[in-house]
Design a protein around this ligand. Structure first.
Ligand code: ADP
Length: 226
């Protein structure tokens, strides 16, 4: 299966992409995670991208298109993928169409997680992420067992620098100005699956499974996604 996970910041794209990746045994390709990896490694690309990310602005299209092109060329993407956080502009969507057409591939579904704005702000401000495995928590809804450490690898959790309230508001504005319209690019009934994302994680996952016609899929061991 080749899936795109869409929705505004805080809609749950990362959480549900990781879970689907485990269920379906296909890699989770998150452009946000790929960028944060480059930032952590201190590469020129990472240093350049960090300035945009810290402001809540988009990283330039040519950087993002190149990054996805390289990632889709990895052999594990042959059996399918979930792309989370791309395309975010019409230019990126056009470039992805071309890339897939060149490979003789197409997108099976675009999952759009719909969540009201106040709820997205609440989710992002309570979010903490494990810098080692990228697992995310919410300090009220889904707190870690041991105060501020990851349940899986005991790494101290971090608040993303772009989850500060002012930057969150800017990210939501950029999303509504530049990305909300990208959904229209795929807007045929059979491809776009709009999911009400305002429910607990299990319920949203069930709704996604139902929309994809894979109800009751078992969770498999995690797939390496990088
Ligand atoms: P969120 O969806 O919550 O904003 P992500 O982790 O997906 O979080 O992205 C974090 C940041 O990375 C974005 O605010 C943006 O700066 C950058 N980014 C990620 N994907 C893209 C993309 N496709 N185009 C431009 N910038 C991107």
């Amino acid at each position: 299966m080749r899936l795109l996970m869409a929705g505004s910041p805080g809609s749950g794209k990362g959480t549900h992409s990781r879970r689907l990746s485990n269920c379906l045994g296909i890699p989770h390709i998150s452009t946000g995670d790929l960028l944060r990896e480059q930032v952590a490694l201190g590469t020129p690309l990472g240093l350049n991208a960090k300035a945009f990310m810290d402001r809540g602005d988009y990283v330039p299209d040519e950087v993002m298109v190149g990054m996805i092109k390289d990632r889709l060329a990895d052999p594990d993407a042959d059996r399918g993928f979930i792309i989370d956080g791309f395309p975010r502009t019409v230019t990126q969507a056009d470039a992805l169409d071309k890339m897939l057409a060149d490979l003789g591939q197409s997108i099976d579904a675009v999952i759009v997680l719909e969540v009201p704005v106040e709820e997205m702000v609440r989710r992002l401000s309570g979010r903490r992420t494990c810098p080692t495995c990228q697992r995310s928590y919410h300090m009220d809804d889904d707190p870690p067992a041991d105060d501020e450490r990851c349940n899986d690898d005991n790494t101290p959790l971090e608040r993303r620098s772009d989850d500060e309230p002012e930057t969150v508001r800017h990210r939501l504005k950029v999303y509504s100005e530049r990305t909300a319209g990208v959904i229209e690019h795929y807007d045929t009934d059979s491809v776009v699956k709009r999911i009400n994302g305002e429910a607990d994680i299990d319920e949203v996952h069930r709704r996604i499974d139902e929309a994809l016609g894979i109800s009751g899929s078992a969770v498999r061991p995690p797939v390496q996604s990088g």
